[in-house]
Design a protein around this ligand. Sequence first.
Ligand code: 2HA
Ligand code: ZN
Length: 270
Amino acid sequence: MNNILNAPFMEEMRKTTANMYRLGWDERNGGNISCLLDEGEVREYLDLNVVLRTIPLGFNAAPLAGRLFLVTGTGKYFKNMDADSENNLGVVRITSDGQAADLLWGYRDGGRFTSEFPAHLMSHIARLAVDPENRVVMHTHPTHTLAMNYIHELDEKKFTHTLWEMCTECIVVFPEGVGVLPWMLCGTTSIGEATAAKMKDFRLVVWAMHGIYGAGKTMDETFDLIETVEKAAQIYMLTAHLPRRNTIQDDQLRELAEFFGVNYRKDFLS
Ligand code: 2HA
Ligand code: ZN
């Protein structure tokens, strides 16, 4: 059996969480990531018949029964993922009745998966229905995106439009726009259901005054989506208090989307 710490999915998770911490997006226990794993790949590192503990989910994840996830732990810090992966991360398999997760590796100090795991699993279910190759759900607290929540209307058409105006390539990177949820209590199944409902149309969902969710095929793709929103939000925050002399016009956004052949939200432009 190979050492799971050297598995590509583990290295990618460690690199990504360290990078996000370095960017200042994941203070303290802020943020969480779940990654759907390939059973054949995990088998090279773990005996899939050995279950360390079974942890209840608090909702029914039956559509994901038997699926394996690498997921960050509750109360754990992105800052520490790299140095102590076995305490801060876990590999779990959703039980056949969908009510719990079998722990196969990790959370060594008796911990459990992120309190946002219901929102993650519901988002995985929603995204897999749209894109069978979706594997990653990522939640984080990017600084400028949060700042923008306090001064910009939280209407998703207006929010998306402003982001698209801030960097030329935004409409190409997230042509479907950004979903926005009002402030809601986190860690609950209701915010999970609301997030998953948005995930039918968007790979990016802002949680007002809290952070953002992203979903994608790979860790890189998901990170890049959030990074692009955050960059646009940064430009907005650097300029919102200044007179705007220039902007990207709707006709130019349309020209970009047509040139790059992306299926964009035409109703988000005037
Ligand atoms: O895991 O970010 O939303 C800590 C959080 C909860
Ligand atoms: Zn959060």
